[in-house]
Write a protein that binds this ligand. Structure first.
Ligand SMILES: *[C@@H]1O[C@H](CO)[C@@H](O)[C@H](O)[C@H]1NC(C)=O
Ligand SMILES: *[C@@H]1O[C@H](CO)[C@@H](O)[C@H](O)[C@H]1NC(C)=O
Ligand SMILES: *[C@@H]1O[C@H](CO)[C@@H](O)[C@H](O)[C@H]1NC(C)=O
Length: 358
């Protein structure tokens, strides 16, 4: 019975996605993404700072793919819907990395605010933007000096102006702060976090010229109340950037609402477990123990215990206690594509500014 429900859900989602692909004609030559683990397609792992092991990737890639899920991420589904290949991580140097259709600077653990000595990732938002600007300079330099020799591997010169820029970051700024700061302190820090975000976005928007087509998709997340306040201010920021760069289309997508709806009404969307982790240790209600991360074996009370993956991750929203399952990511992507959660309303010319809540 459970399995049947899951398949039904998958089928319905597939038909929703298909109908939108038919009605919305995305036509971006390239996509550049900035963010954290929500959209990291292998950057942190490529950096050598962290490894991920089985059962990550068990559902789709059949091996760990550098993604913090059992399968594809929201960004993978969106790329697919735009008929573009999965984004290569900026730091992935092996396997003739192909950046023709864009590049992914997102790195798990990244914050908007500059990294500190205890940060998981040194690649905070400002660093990712700097990486992008260097990437762009290198592409222009290589095109100029080597002609078309590297066409297969690097974006076309004019694709920077026509590309879709996505931002999916902020969760770690808020979630991390909950360990060390009071609620009021966290709320008070939001304007500073957004100032840093604004500086980075403006930095990217700056190179856009009259005929530029800069599109912005940004994502942020955190504990509910702080996230809502953050998102309110992010919404205002999207209007501000839009006002300052009229040649740019900035759209804000309310992923918070998509996820709250998914968690509240999970059974309607074919899920059976709204909060329990598929891959974890400890059993119900959360199956999460921070001492035993997904895929690892640790000694607890003198016994070896392993956090293993569940047998059917399509029943679960939560993959490893922190990140979403592929099934949940697919649901969120399908809801983004309905355009119902966007301001201004979604159209084929309209990219989006994403905000995430976890
Ligand atoms: C922005 O959106 C408007 C309205 O959909 C469209 O006409 C215009 O071409 C878009 N501009 C860019 C730069 O994408
Ligand atoms: C759950 O679904 C009901 C019925 O569609 C809807 O009214 C409600 O807003 C949903 N919950 C959330 C949190 O979105
Ligand atoms: C846990 O497993 C390791 C590796 O198999 C083994 O060396 C160790 O003795 C085990 N420890 C306990 C407490 O069972």
């Amino acid at each position: 019975m459970a399995i049947k429900n899951s398949f039904l859900q998958f089928f319905l989602l597939t038909s929703i996605l298909t109908s939108y692909v038919e009605s919305i004609d995305f036509n971006y030559p390239a996509v550049f993404n900035f963010g954290d683990s929500n959209s990291d397609t292998g950057d942190l792992v490529a950096s050598g700072l962290e490894g991920i092991s089985d059962p990550y990737g068990q559902t789709y890639f059949k091996k760990p793919s550098g993604r913090y899920s059992d399968g594809r991420l929201i960004i993978d589904f969106l790329m697919d819907d735009m008929d573009l290949p999965f984004l290569n991580a900026y730091l992935e140097s092996i396997g003739a990395p192909i950046f023709r259709r864009g590049c992914n600077f997102a790195t798990a653990g990244s914050t908007i605010l500059p990294a500190t000595a205890t940060s998981v990732s040194p690649f905070s938002f400002g660093v990712q933007v700097a990486q992008f600007l260097r990437f762009k300079d290198r592409v222009q330099d290589i095109s100029k000096t080597t002609g078309r020799k590297y066409d297969k591997y690097i974006p076309a010169q004019d694709s920077f102006e026509k590309a879709l820029y996505m931002f999916d970051i902020g969760q770690n700024d808020l979630a991390g702060a909950f360990y060390s700061k009071s609620f009021d302190q966290i709320l008070a820090s939001i304007p500073y976090i957004l100032q840093e975000f604004e500086a980075g976005m403006m930095n990217i928007a700056k190179f856009g010229t009259d005929q530029s087509k800069l599109d912005v998709l940004g994502c942020v997340s955190a504990h509910n109340q702080a996230a809502q306040l953050f998102n309110l201010q992010l919404h205002a920021l999207s209007k501000k950037v839009q006002g300052q760069y009229p040649d740019t289309n900035v759209t804000y997508v309310d992923i918070y609402s998509i996820k709250i709806n998914l968690l509240s009404n999970y059974s309607r969307y074919g899920f059976e477990q709204p909060i329990m982790a598929c891959c974890g240790y400890g059993g119900a209600p959360l199956n999460y123990d921070s001492r035993v991360p997904c895929g690892q074996t640790k000694v607890i009370n003198g016994n070896n215990v392993t956090a293993k993956g569940c047998s059917d991750s399509t029943e679960y929203i939560n993959w490893d206690g922190i990140h979403y399952t592929e099934a949940a990511n697919q649901y969120v992507a399908s809801q983004i594509l309905t355009g119902k959660y966007s301001d201004p309303p979604f159209s084929d010319k309209m990219p989006f500014l994403l905000k995430l809540k976890f």
